[in-house]
Ligand binder design. Structure first.
Ligand SMILES: [Fe+2]
Length: 326
């Protein structure tokens, strides 16, 4: 637990990656971290994700990393040569230069490995239940998926402050609060998602800056994080099978895990994907507050069959999912 906390604290230094776009005159810009050829699912992504409404999501910025390094430190992408036409997973990672964010890659990889190691333990518990309760369930299936996948993907998330573009305060109505203002209700399409706690930063009190790091790591100071969101109703919400909605608070020394759609398919609906959303909260207290966290999507290898009757592989399923809104 303490290790998670320390690693997440270490990553606090590095949420500056989201401030790259502010420094277009700097020698390294967001373009260097953006991979249109990978459908923006590796590297930096902002305003590229299609929403149900038909618009594009500009409220979140993401930095995606393939976690194939969990299998082999030299691997930077899904290793299955059969799926070279699936650059969303097979394009190698793009990392910021070490001189700009010293220690970022090391810390990021170490935290992802810790999340996946913990995911293996969660998977074992799921397998124990599934073997006893689901007819035909493959022994140790989920543990095998989490332990051996080269398709696991990490997403470092930045939710931009919900202030209005003209800088005026955006007093959120009660109606908005009940809405999923930072991230619409959805389900993840992997098997298990591991989540860190959220880190909130008041960008009015501490305007985002990207320090010149000519002097190395000593120039980096921790970002001044709030101890919690300034609005009691800001944060992550999950929905039960009976549509009961519950706010979830993950302590900084802990990880949260939720089940996704691939596991729902594999288990014939015995495990259900958890609908979830992120709310920016009520009132104007959150107008200038940004939210950061890390999600690690543990998903089957591209050739793994996730629906036997349809002979549907995870690659095929992921294509279906990406075609839903885009
Ligand atoms: Fe999600």
């Amino acid at each position: 637990m303490v290790h998670i906390c320390l690693l997440f604290q270490a990553l606090h230094f590095h949420f500056r990656i989201f401030y790259f776009p502010l420094f277009i005159s700097y020698s390294y810009t967001e373009d260097h971290l953006t991979l249109p050829s990978a459908a923006y699912l590796t590297g930096w992504s902002h305003g590229k994700e299609a929403l149900k409404t038909g618009s594009y999501d500009t409220l979140k910025g993401s930095y995606y990393v393939n976690c194939a390094f969990y299998q082999d430190p030299s691997l930077q992408n899904a290793s299955d040569d059969t799926y070279k036409d699936f650059p969303e997973y097979t394009a190698p990672n793009v990392w910021p230069p070490e001189r700009l964010l010293p220690g970022f890659r090391t810390t990021f990889e170490e935290l992802c490995i810790l999340v996946i190691d913990t995911g293996v333990l969660v998977a074992k518990a799921c397998d124990k239940y599934a073997l006893a309760n689901i007819e035909g369930y493959e022994r140790d299936y989920l543990e095998r998926v989490v332990r051996t996948s080269t398709t696991t993907k990490a997403r470092l998330l930045h939710y931009f402050p919900p202030k209005l573009p003209n800088g005026t305060e955006n007093e959120t109505s009660e109606e908005d609060v009940n809405d999923d203002s930072w991230c619409a209700t959805h389900i993840d399409h992997g098997c298990l998602t591991g989540l860190t706690s959220a880190l909130y930063i008041d960008e009015a009190a501490h305007p985002p800056v990207f320090p010149k790091l000519d002097h190395g790591a000593s120039a980096l100071a921790p970002l001044p994080a709030l101890s919690s969101a300034l609005s009691h109703d800001a944060g992550l919400y999950i929905e039960s099978r009976t549509s009961a909605v519950t706010k979830v608070n993950i302590p900084s020394s802990c990880l949260g895990f939720q089940t996704g759609e691939a596991l729902q398919l594999i288990t014939g609906g015995k495990f259900r994907a958890v609908p979830h959303s992120v709310r920016a909260g009520s009132g104007n207290m959150m107008a200038n507050v940004a939210r950061n966290n890390l999600a690690v999507f543990m998903q089957p290898n591209l050739g793994e069959v996730v629906h036997r009757e349809r002979e549907l592989t995870f690659a095929g399923f992921a294509k279906e999912v990406s075609g839903r809104f885009g």
